[in-house]
Structures are given as structure tokens and as C-alpha cells.
Ligand binder design. Structure first.
Ligand SMILES: N[C@@H](CCC(=O)N[C@@H](CS)C(=O)NCC(=O)O)C(=O)O
Length: 253
């Protein structure tokens, strides 16, 4: 059994989609990131960066004690290695897959996260139009560039890393499916190969199930004051707060 420390966001969906694709049993442990669960000692012990997702595998690859993994890309690699699924065995194809997995971890995910922040959240935090416009243009511009990179790749390959559906697709898809919501509807007309691939991956039954896990957790109605408190918690995280919480977690025997 694998415990999945999870909240329904793109980084969380990668893990539930992979587990559904592989047919592995798992248990969801909700980490309410707006409510501060990511600072609880039991979570920080396995996820030093106070971000979900993380997993604990009680029957780990190689045997022995339970094993924890944080960072969604590392979790996908671990599950692929454990199950032998969605990662090619051939060395060249394997590194095609890993290159594209790491590409989305370092590029598409963070840039879409920041584009979303500037387009949808920053206006609740600052009235400074210069900052809002600069931040939005910078990150939306980067997402546009990255869509060009993906579209070119998908114009000659069925999937991101070539002919096979791999963890590179499982990692990037949960972000790419949100392109219209975060950027705008025209994005699909500009990048038809990305659109084709997003739809193709969406049609897989395991993707449909994995991307809906814990949907109800995000459907809670909250007052504007509560929403503000949750945003403050997410967007005001100091070095001191994080370090103290993590050190305290590590001191627990
Ligand atoms: N690179 C990390 C990013 C994870 C991440 O940013 N998680 C967000 C939710 S999507 C989170 O836990 N945020 C909590 C916080 O900001 O305190 C991964 O891919 O696992």
C-alpha cells in the first residue's frame, strides 16, 4: 500500500494518474495546503520543501522499511522503476522520456504556476499595476514559448518523448490541460498539436479517474475572510518559518 500525501492540484494529479495507470493500491492522506497541513511535523519529515505531493511506500522497491519520496517528478520515476511501466527500457528512449519529464518539472510546471499566480491571485495581494503587468507578461510569455516547444515536438511524435505514452506525458498533462483556463481559449488554435495530445491523453480511463481524485476537497464553500487567510498562508512563507518547522519536525524521535 502506498500513502499519497495529496491535494487536488496539477502536481497531485500526476501521482494519482500514475497510480491508476499502474493499478497500484493507494490511500489518500489529504494535505490541505491552504489550511497549513504542509507545516505539520509528520508531513515535513517526509517533504522538507513543505510542498505536496509526497508518498510513503510501505512495500518499497528493494524491500526493507517504508520509503518516502517527495517531488512529483521523483515520485513518477520511483513508481515507473517499481512497476516497470511507462518508462522505456531501451537506453535512448529512456533518456528521451527522462529529458521530457525533467523539462516539464523545470519549465512548464513552474512557469504555469507563476502565470496562474500573476493572472489570478496577485491582484488580491497588490494594486501595483506595473508589477501585475510585468509579472503576467513575463510568465504568460514563457508559457507561450514553452507551448511552442511542446507543439513542435508533438508535431512529429505522438507523445512527448516519442511513440510511447510515458511518465513524461503523465507529468506534463495535468498542467497542459489547464492552458486555456490559465492563459486563454485561443491557445488551442495556436498550438493544434498540443491540443491533439491533451485530448488523446484525457481519453485514457486512468487519467479520467486520477484527475478527479479528491475533487470534493476543492469544492468547499468558504467566506472571503477564510479565502484571504488561506492565500496569506500560501503566499507569505518566510525562511524562518519553514526552517523552524522543519527543524522541529526532525527533532521528533
Ligand atoms: N516541484 C514540486 C512542486 C510542488 C508544489 O508546488 N506543490 C504545491 C501545490 S501544487 C504546494 O504544495 N504548495 C504548498 C505551499 O505553497 O505551501 C513538485 O512537483 O512536487
Amino acid at each position: 500500500m502506498i500513502d499519497v500525501y495529496y491535494w487536488p492540484t496539477p502536481n497531485g494529479w500526476k501521482v494519482t494518474i500514475m497510480l491508476e495507470e499502474c493499478g497500484v493500491d493507494y490511500k489518500i492522506v489529504p494535505v490541505d495546503i491552504g489550511g497549513g497541513d504542509q507545516f505539520k511535523p509528520e508531513f515535513l519529515r517526509i517533504s522538507p520543501n513543505n510542498r505536496m505531493p509526497a508518498i510513503i511506500d510501505h512495500e518499497p522497491l528493494g524491500g526493507g522499511d517504508s520509503l518516502s519520496v517527495f517531488e512529483s517528478g521523483a515520485i513518477l520515476e520511483y513508481l515507473a522503476e517499481k512497476t516497470g511501466k511507462f518508462i522505456p527500457k531501451d537506453v535512448k528512449r529512456r533518456y528521451d522520456c527522462l529529458q521530457w519529464l525533467h523539462w516539464h518539472m523545470a519549465n512548464l510546471g513552474p512557469m504555469m504556476g507563476n502565470a496562474n499566480h500573476f493572472k489570478n491571485y496577485a491582484k488580491n495581494i497588490t494594486d501595483d499595476q506595473n508589477q501585475l503587468v510585468y509579472g503576467t507578461n513575463r510568465f504568460v510569455g514563457e508559457v507561450d514559448r514553452l507551448c511552442g516547444v511542446m507543439d513542435a515536438q508533438l508535431s512529429v511524435h505522438q507523445f512527448l518523448a516519442g511513440p510511447d505514452y510515458t511518465i513524461a506525458d503523465i507529468g506534463a498533462w495535468p498542467w497542459a490541460r489547464l492552458l486555456a483556463r490559465i492563459i486563454d481559449e485561443n491557445i488551442w488554435a495556436t498550438f493544434p498539436n498540443v491540443k491533439r495530445w491533451v485530448n488523446e491523453v484525457r481519453s485514457r480511463p486512468a487519467v479520467e479517474i486520477g484527475a478527479n481524485v479528491g475533487k470534493e476537497l476543492n469544492e468547499v464553500k468558504r467566506s472571503p475572510e477564510e479565502e484571504k487567510k488561506r492565500r496569506d498562508l500560501l503566499f507569505n512563507q518566510s525562511n524562518e518559518k519553514v526552517r523552524q518547522a522543519r527543524e522541529a519536525a526532525l527533532r521528533i524521535k
